[in-house]
Write a protein that binds this ligand. Structure first.
Ligand code: PHE
Length: 450
């Protein structure tokens, strides 16, 4: 059988690991561009409301499910509900994490590829937007570039996971996350001291409510789920490595605040840079890959700045990727009693195989369409728009109805007594977990599909 199940060595270790999972491409790449496309401050307000009413309660639910049962989602869901079918629901969330890790590593590979470009001084040469754009498209159209960068990124993530929960995940995050924060602050400081930078901040502070369409609402909710790594077994698994008496509310709050702060800092830095160069803030997904490189050439020490920037995004992506793979690894260990190394190897190989079509989606497989989407977009759509909301829904339904809110609150209180004594937390969690979260997830889910 298995050796004793792993746990975090300390509260700080857990906080860095969970924050490492949460802070990723969704914060540094996606958040700034969706904010730019959906009305700046107006979108931010809706996003923060989503976080407060849904993201945070679901986040706490998943961690609590993990901490209470000390096992992977399938067994955890079964144990708390007392019903066998719930095991499949739990295992479904592990599958979601697995699919996320496949397309996520393909996209993160582009970041790694761009880090190499930055080192070679290739990101400071662009004179016009079209040049930066065509540089990006040329790289994407090269199957070797896509495949190799994907494989190297996956290899780096696997290496961290090989060393296990304490020596790999926790130690890796304890080094990478502080590094990430330092780099982010440096970049922010540089960005804010550029001429005209503050127009970027003003843009973020001036709400354009007309941009708040139902689609924007849906995107805000989806973003809060994806950025907190919800609905895909990650937080249940990370929660299962927690000691029983940790103050979950406090740790969870710290992680969500860190995640939100990184999103905000990234957005401010990106918009300061964009406005400095007189570019448009609503250029969408290309913001990171062709809008920013257009600016690097205009900055003193542009090459160093570009390296630092893509290294930051690389760290963020790496610490997220390992957390998307961990539930599947933990499952193989818990279910079959496999050793860590064997489980890690098998999951990495599977992610590699499933990720290949994603890594080739912009080159050789660009005409292979599934429901009108290339494999990368298809997997990202299925996981983010369908599987993740479904997984989040399972978690709140389990806590709110099958396990029972009162039992859950009693568990949550362990270690967090002082918080419950001051704040009306029990009421807040009850309303959000039993009513608001399931209701809004269904609404958003339906509006996405219809
Ligand atoms: N939260 C990560 C991000 O913001 C993505 C992620 C998804 C991580 C799923 C783990 C699991 O980029």
């Amino acid at each position: 059988m298995t050796e004793k199940r792993a746990t975090w060595t300390s509260r700080v270790g857990f906080i860095f690991a969970a924050a490492g999972s949460a802070v990723g491409l969704a914060n540094i790449w996606r958040f700034p561009y969706i904010l730019g496309m959906h009305g700046g401050a107006a979108f931010l307000i809706v996003y923060l409301i989503c976080l407060f009413l849904i993201g945070f309660p679901v986040f706490i639910s998943e961690l609590l499910i993990g901490r209470t049962t000390g096992t992977t989602p399938g067994f955890a869901f079964e144990a708390l509900s007392g019903k066998k079918p719930w095991r499949y629901f739990g295992n479904f969330t592990i599958l979601t994490g697995f699919i996320v890790s496949a397309f996520y590593s393909a996209v993160a590979g582009w970041i790694l590829g761009y880090l190499v470009e930055a080192f070679r001084g290739n990101l400071t040469r662009f004179e016009a937007a079209a040049e930066a754009q065509s540089h990006f498209s040329t790289l994407l159209a090269d199957p070797y570039w896509g495949l190799i960068s994907f494989a190297v990124f996956l290899f780096a993530s696997t290496l961290v996971l090989f060393f296990g929960v304490r020596e790999g995940i926790e130690r890796g995050n304890k080094i990478m996350m502080p590094a990430l924060f330092v780099i982010l602050i440096l970049i922010l400081a540089r960005a804010l001291t550029l001429p005209n930078a503050w127009s970027g901040v003003e843009f973020l502070l001036a709400p354009d409510f007309s941009a708040l369409t139902p689609t924007a609402l849906m995107i805000a909710l989806g973003q809060s789920f994806f950025t907190l790594s919800l609905g895909q077994g990650t937080m249940v698994t990370y929660g299962s490595y927690l000691a029983k008496k940790d103050n979950l509310v406090q740790s969870g709050l710290t992680v969500v605040l860190m995640d939100t702060l990184v999103s905000l800092f990234a957005a401010v830095a990106v918009f300061a840079i964009v406005f400095f160069a007189g570019l448009s803030p609503d250029s969408g997904p290309g913001l990171l890959f062709h809008t920013l490189p257009l600016v690097f050439g205009k900055l003193p020490w542009g090459d160093a700045f570009a390296c630092l920037f893509f290294f930051l995004v690389f760290l963020a992506a790496l610490t997220s990727q390992i957390s998307a793979m961990e539930p599947a690894i933990a499952y193989l260990i818990d279910r079959f009693g496999w050793g860590r190394k064997k489980a890690t190897f098998v999951v990495a190989m599977a992610v590699f195989i499933v990720g290949i079509p994603c890594a080739l989606s912009n080159s050789v497989l660009r005409d292979v369409l599934i429901f009108g989407m290339v494999p990368l977009d298809f997997m990202s759509f299925v996981a983010s728009s369908i599987m993740i909301p479904v997984g989040g829904f399972f978690a709140v339904m389990l806590v709110g109805y099958w396990w029972g809110m009162d039992k859950a609150i009693n568990q949550l209180k362990i270690g967090a007594e002082s918080y419950f004594a001051i704040w009306p937390l029990a009421g807040y969690f009850k309303v959000c977990i039993k009513v608001l979260a399931p209701l809004l997830i269904i609404l958003v889910f339906l509006s996405a599909l219809l």
